[in-house]
Write a protein that binds this ligand. Structure first.
Ligand code: ADP
Ligand code: MG
Length: 683
């Protein structure tokens, strides 16, 4: 069960506790009510119903009263509920043929046959059939671990705990496992939840302070005229939010502490303009800037925008030199860039003729070509994992570049605080005018309903617009996904979308082909782009007005929202069709949320509710470890703890900046956040 140490065992919290005295006695059951009952199995039998379904009937006894419990299609219950087994069951009380009974209740086996349980409160542990461990085997092991551990270190003294009404840690760890009352258990959980947030906050606050204090950043000169010139020539007026974000970034750049800012703005909110402006500030002040995107397709698109909108503002006029080489102050660097061009870029950076490089993470790998890097912008930051940390590690020796990370995956505020506690945040809330809410319809897979989606594609194409068809996600295999997409494109060509000009884009295509297809789509030489999730991020083709997502149930909410953000960009009415199998409750909830709102923030909150905080950040997320560390705490339910934990962390660090008097706490933080923070507490 991945329990290797005494501490692991203490952290293996019960899934539920049952209070034997509080549960409804069998004799007092009210028909129609949902309740927990407690008892011992006295008889179990299994038979087939007339419809040939397997039915297991167990009779449970408590005192003098009996209850009949029926399970359909759960043949294994016969073995689980052997005579003598002690169980707690939650379900609805019914009567049937004069007998009181429950059907398919939730069952916790709390004791083996033949062993008498004692004690008022019974803890039910996550049982592991793989490890062949049952709850009554885990409980005594935990009891021994508690005894062994004795008094447990508490970073919070009574003076801090008092106002927060938190019990001490020794009590909390004891009572979470072996409470005398349910109230004790509740208090124990409160404290442990608080601690989960506290440890993360101590690390995040300490890191933020260390960076701010170190004066290892660059003081950019920020008052040149280029940004205004750039903004003036845009074909639209920047929004108030964009203006504010640019001002916040400018102020950060002027400070000696390295900027570490998150620019959060929903899909289509116009983050690119802000990023370009920020880079221009750095360049004008004499530094180099890099913009990193998660995919080559996106890097190319950003590069095209930069060249078009301000290629000539950046010093180093675009053109060709006598040798026929490209010259420009703005260059593109991906893993497709030839060695010759790379050398050219590096030379240009050295000579001061190249100032901005836009690319994929190829930018940061190998030898950095930058001689004077002042600003790093990371687009669609949630798609990166450790790379972001790598950027920060470049601090060694020279001055640390300022870092701006951008994400469209909206993160609820408290979650942002939890995961990115060390970041400042700028938000683009208002959408640029001209953006349209995308009408969203959920169509049931394998029914005639789906024809509506393709009919819409045809009418839109007839009206001069374009469409995306997104093929099903195949988790874990880009190869299979690519193959399926290829087959699907072929089907559409000869089927639903016959006669239209159809292009295909998937992750397994050579980069040059991908680029060619994107270019053709942008140039309107293709009507429909059949694609895998490679188009999920950043792709900006305002003429596209319809998106069809096939097997939409396979995608997460964040992903669906990102995908849908590819349409509705041109000011025309737009549609998104989710062709889905909504058989599971979870899938149905996701589709419903998509149909209901286009607000990314609301969707993120909904996502959190549907999935629990455990998975929201996804495995690519740098906050992963922080999040996995939440065993008892759940967002958004426990939001209120985050603020308190942060204030407590700040107070602890105010009094003891290096945690010299809180060594065990420092170790907990290091355990959680890894090498990233080790240096903070070394002194
Ligand atoms: P995202 O935040 O998703 O990266 P982009 O920066 O790609 O969004 O912007 C989406 C689209 O909106 C682009 O076509 C961009 O040119 C346009 N845009 C950006 N800012 C504005 C604005 N203030 N007014 C109108 N259109 C804008
Ligand atoms: Mg973008």
């Amino acid at each position: 069960m991945e329990v290797e140490t005494v501490l692991d065992l203490l952290h293996l919290y019960p899934r539920r506790i049952h209070d034997r005295t509080a549960v409804t006695s069998l004799a007092d059951l009210e028909i129609g009510e949902e309740t927990t009952v407690f008892g011992t199995v006295v008889r179990t039998m299994s038979r087939l119903t007339k419809q040939r379904k397997r039915m297991v009937v167990a009779t449970v006894e408590h005192g003098d009263a009996r209850l009949e419990v029926t399970f359909f299609n759960q043949p294994w219950r016969e073995k689980q509920l052997a005579t003598g087994t002690e169980v707690a069951m939650f379900g609805k009380v019914e009567t049937f043929a004069g007998k009181v009974r429950m059907t398919n209740p939730i069952v916790d086996v709390i004791g083996a046959a033949g062993e008498a349980r004692t004690g008022r409160i019974v803890a039910v542990y996550p049982q592991s059939s793989k490890a062949e461990l049952s709850t009554w085997e885990i409980a005594p092991a935990v009891a021994r671990a508690l005894e062994f551990a004795g008094e447990i270190y508490d970073p919070l003294d009574a003076a801090v705990r008092g106002p927060l009404r938190l019990v001490d840690r020794t009590t909390a760890l004891h009572d979470v496992h072996r409470p005398e009352t349910t109230e004790e258990h509740r208090q124990a959980e409160r404290r442990l939840r608080f601690d989960e947030f506290l440890v993360a906050q101590v690390g995040l606050v300490a890191r933020k302070r260390a960076l701010a204090a170190a004066e290892i950043g660059i003081r950019h000169v920020i008052d040149g005229p280029l940004v205004d010139e750039f903004l003036d020539r845009l074909p639209f007026a920047v929004t108030a939010d964009q203006t504010r974000a640019i001002a916040e970034i400018r102020a950060d750049l002027a400070r000696p502490a390295p900027m570490h800012r998150l620019l959060q703005g929903d899909v289509g909110s116009g983050k690119t303009v802000v990023a370009l402006a920020a880079m221009l500030v750095a360049v004008e002040g004499g530094y180099q800037a890099a913009l990193m995107a998660p995919t080559a397709v996106l890097a190319e698109q950003l590069y095209a925008v930069a060249r078009r909108t301000y290629g000539d503002l950046v010093p180093g006029a675009p053109g060709e030199n006598l040798l026929g080489e490209t010259t420009s102050g703005v260059r593109l660097l991906t893993n497709r860039t030839s060695a010759k061009e790379r050398a050219e870029i590096a030379a240009g950076l050295g000579e001061g003729t190249v100032h901005i490089v836009i690319g994929t993470h190829a930018l940061l790998h190998g030898e950095s070509p930058f001689t004077n890097l002042g600003l790093v912008v990371i687009d669609e930051h949630h798609r990166f994992g450790v790379e972001q940390r790598d950027v920060l590690k470049q601090r060694a020796g020279a001055l640390v570049p300022d870092v701006l990370v951008m994400t469209a995956t909206p993160i609820p505020r408290t979650a942002a605080l939890l995961v990115y506690g060390d970041l400042d945040i700028s938000v683009l809330e208002a959408m640029p005018t001209g953006r349209q809410a995308v009408g969203t319809d959920v169509l049931v897979r394998d029914t005639s309903e789906t024809a509506r989606a393709y009919a819409r594609v045809r009418t839109e194409v007839a009206a001069g617009h374009q469409a995306f068809v997104v093929c099903p996600l195949v988790e874990g295999s880009e190869k299979i996904e690519a193959k399926a997409a290829t087959a699907r494109a072929e089907e559409l060509r000869t089927g639903e979308l016959e006669g239209l000009r159809i292009g295909l884009l998937h992750g397994q295509m050579p980069a040059a082909d991908k680029e060619a297809v994107m270019e053709a789509f942008r140039a309107r030489e293709l009507d429909v782009l059949v694609a895998t999730t490679v188009i999920e991020v950043g792709v900006d083709v305002p003429n596209a007005t319809v998106m069809v997502i096939e097997d939409a149930q396979r995608f997460g909410l964040a992903q669906l929202h990102q995908l849908r953000g590819r349409v509705g960009r041109g000011g025309g009415e737009s549609w998104c069709y989710l062709i889905a199998d909504t058989a599971t409750q979870d899938a149905a909830a996701r589709m419903e949320a998509m149909a209901e709102t286009t607000d990314g923030f609301v969707l993120a909150e909904r996502d959190l509710e549907i999935r629990g905080s455990g998975q929201v950040f996804g495995e690519r997320q740098s906050g992963q470890r922080v999040d996995r560390h939440l065993r008892l705490a759940r967002l958004p339910r426990d939001e209120k703890y985050v603020g308190f934990a942060r204030a407590t962390a700040e107070a602890i660090l105010d009094g003891d900046p290096g945690l010299a008097d809180h060594r065990p706490l420092a170790e907990e933080v290091e355990d959680l956040l890894g090498d990233d923070v080790e240096y903070l507490f070394k002194s």
